[in-house]
Design a protein around this ligand. Sequence first.
Ligand code: NAI
Length: 398
Amino acid sequence: MKALLLENIHQSAKVNLENAGFEVELLPHALNEQELSEKIKGVSILGIRSKTQVTAKVVDSADELQCVGAFCIGTNQIDLEHCKKNGVAVFNAPFSNTRSVVELALAEMIMLMRQIPEKNARLHTGEWSKTAHGSNEVRTKNLGIVGYGNIGSQLSVLAESIGLNVYFYDLEEKLALGNAIQCHSLDALLEISDIVSMHVDGRVSNDLLISEREFSKMKDGVVFLNLSRGKVVDIEALTNNLKSGKIKGAAVDVFPIEPKANSEQFESPLQQFPNVILSPHVGGSTEEAQVDIAGFVPTKLARYIQQGNTQNSVNFPNLQLPSFEGSHRLIHIHKNVPGIIAKINNILAKHNINILGQHLKTDEQIGFVILDINKEYDRTLLKELEDIEHTIRFRVLY
Ligand code: NAI
């Protein structure tokens, strides 16, 4: 089977897929819709990063495509529904760069508490300003984490190990790690925190989650970080509160509008403040994260192709199961309409085939079945299974 990897995905992804038995082509750049629609012919696995758009046209042009790997976290660039309707499973790397974001957040909060960004700027212009005034340790300070998911909870563990008191607020009930304390409202968290760090996801309702009202709830002299999504914070309100001195310092890695390429100019009212650390959406961008992604995603893709394992798929019902010694495995993907399983079982019974394992998972649109059968079968069986009405895809794995 052929794999096509675009956008300069780390070389080790190619090696990992080759070791799993695939023939791999690695291209350094993205392809546009037309180019990809032609190039996708004969490709079973497509690997992309954030620039390649996997549109309905691309999926419809594919003749062999089984799965798409997003070698990043976001999957907005992929038409997930259309992939699903066509039996194409999509995988991503949801926590390969979690640690990278956490390390940057920790480093930035320490820098801001010590007022290093301003001192650095002054020293670069020759001004020596040695003073302990306004310079604080993070030890025993209250860190308020908004969003206790992969990143928020990992930050919680590392922050606590260097002596911060950790509080968090999440929409969901979460297991508090270590000595972290869950707050039951955002306001309660904001009121208690010396440092507020944003780690919520990009759902629409989080747009402008932190605006003038929320800043007014925070302590005077708060340190504020946003390494989550640009739209979560009202930049005008952040600017006003930096101007007034309410905020001691801020670190911002993500912006409501970001340049699409390195050649584009970046502009923000935050550029006027020496006590603001600005970084170009690089929280998760480390060499280690790239290597991790290049190991994680190929494993998911190969397991799907070879075992039918959909664990962590972003658009398919999640299913994983051990294989039986000496069995054959078939996967059947169909529209979620009543009676399909009965039809599958009738066909198997007619051919005198014993089912060793049968696992079905459905969502509103599709049903995904893994069948382990115990004996040789002939081609008529496969044809009959494939011909069941509403079948999207049928495949013999081994
Ligand atoms: P996640 O999905 O594991 O966690 C998000 C958490 O936020 C969930 O527990 C969710 O329940 C919670 N949440 C959502 N809305 C909330 C609200 N209004 N109030 C309180 N809690 C809320 O996501 P993960 O992996 O931890 O990523 C967090 C954010 O970091 C995402 O927005 C992601 O896009 C961003 N990110 C940024 C990177 C960068 O380079 N700066 C790199 C990686 C992720």
